[in-house]
Design a protein around this ligand. Sequence first.
Ligand SMILES: *Cc1c(COP(=O)(O)O)cnc(C)c1O
Length: 394
Amino acid sequence: MKQRLDTPLMPSPSEASVAFLPYGRQRIEEDDIAAVVAALRSDWLTTGPRVGEFEAAVCAFTGAQYGVAVSSGTAALHAAMHALGIGPGDEVIVPAMTFAATANCVVYQGGTPVFADVAPDTLLIDPTDAARKITPRTRAIIAVDYAGQPCDYDALRDLAQIHGLALVADACHSLGGSYKGRGVGTLADLTVFSFHPVKHITTGEGGMVATDSPEMAARMRRFRNHGIDTDHRQRETAGTWAYQMVELGYNYRITDLQAALGTSQLAKLPSWLEKRRKLAAAYDVALAKIAAACPLAVRLGNEHAYHLYVVRLADSGVRGRIFAGLRQQGIGVNVHYLPVHLHPYYRDAFRTAPGLCPKAEAAYDCILTLPLHQGMDEADMARVVGALKQELAV
Ligand SMILES: *Cc1c(COP(=O)(O)O)cnc(C)c1O
């Protein structure tokens, strides 16, 4: 499903002749390059001082107490499941409308993902359906801030508290968002970010878990380094060779090169968020006049981070044609996502089937992601809307 942005779906000859506008794209500037070069010239290429600096910068930005940087958003989700002690026999509730990694991390630990449906107007996890899916084996809920809009955290926190569940935020879309004045990163027990090139800021590959729990942070630091109780630099400082592997972990370390890029990118995030919000507002205004394509709803009290700009087409029967037509015009529309329980792997391994989450399934047939990223301007936005109108013949 995830398409690398620098290699969009094979461009047809007509596509190649006009500038291709991808749905999302990284922005790398000269100071980002200088930061990576400085790391390359330093003593530490990995597990050096730049990793801690990046973690501290993300904490300062989000308001979280601790940040544990790892090699990808998926590794961050896995570390979160490990920190919570998810294992065989445990169930974790995840929304059907998300990227597969949200559910896969539960399976990595031997647990069972249980799919909850989403609200049709926001595509955010429906707390009422999540409540229906709770059993005596449920251990946690992973909320996904789809497209960049925070979920209903008041309802989710209440639900988690009543049933003694952990609450995890998959905030891979929502870095910089807020819910009722509280920043993303402080809304759940553990919050996961991704720094893949399509996300708000990038480290090439990379991820982080934010938490206020020192115990869980320590557990995830061990987990990213094979389950070993100290890292190389700590041993060097202490003048000792001795270390112990106290539990099974992985090599999920992020490099100092990546961390340097992340810190440099993070400094620009406030202005990039502003740009994304302005473009989204302009899309909202332009699309208000088009009944055939309706933006997703934004709940009062939410500050949207706009990783994605998603519209719902009134007629699900035309989505394939509209998608192909826009691609022909060089507009890199996409579809996020096929509901996870409909992937062949989940159908085989967990016996999931259509009908399990009808609202997510119905939404999948009519959603379309329009281009939105910090490298776009209003003229690009107007080009997308013009092409969409033409394809819809409105
Ligand atoms: C991007 C993404 C991930 C995975 O992040 P990677 O850094 O690509 O491993 C997980 N969940 C969601 C919702 C995402 O969008």
